[in-house]
Design a protein. Sequence first.
Length: 239
Amino acid sequence: MAQPHPTGEDGPQPTRTTPRRLPVVPLPQPGESLFSWVDHLATAYETDRTPTMARLGLEPSTAHAARLARCTAELPLASALPLLAATGLDPQHLRAMTLFGIVKRSEGRLPRHPDFRWAPEETWAFCPQCLKPPGRWPLWWYHSWAVMCPTHDCYTVSYCPDCGSPFSPSLLRGDAPGTCPGFLRRDDNALAPPGRRRAKRKRCGRPLWEIETPPVTDPAVRSIHQRLVRLDTGFVHES
């Protein structure tokens, strides 16, 4: 007989056994995103992102990075329960690593939350210096107003200067952490002649922490950024 959901609602029916508790679970850094924390956990256990997500009960698929990015926006309850069982994290810590918290079922793509119509879908900002190994990135990088890093007093960047690819966690490779996953453009003069297969496109591979960004010299930018951070923190505390 199915057990009632703890909230009194009809919850999702389990399709697999609950993941076993991990022996060692690093705590998330203050303000860290779920995508960053899962990647850090994979690094700590010296595994790829895919088996780590499977160990947490996050049901990785071929597009596992895209799935993890969606869970960072809003974490479905069916995924949150096995993740909590596998890690023993405080539910508040898990909630703080997501933009919209734990939801009964995911809506899929951004933007669609009435309070976050400004939320971008794919391109996010990042501070290259913050990604120096071991790179961790905070949740506020996902906001459209993340134009500067208060830690390193520099502007953030959204595109790789080498290949022009946008930075998006959903594109990052688990087997090459911290490097640009974009593809280099093919040289038209180097194309294979008719009848021969073209060579595979090469990935950029530029270490993201080596990208240089200008320092913030305008005090108005610092002031506005600080106000936006306070407003965002206040909203999270009230949620």
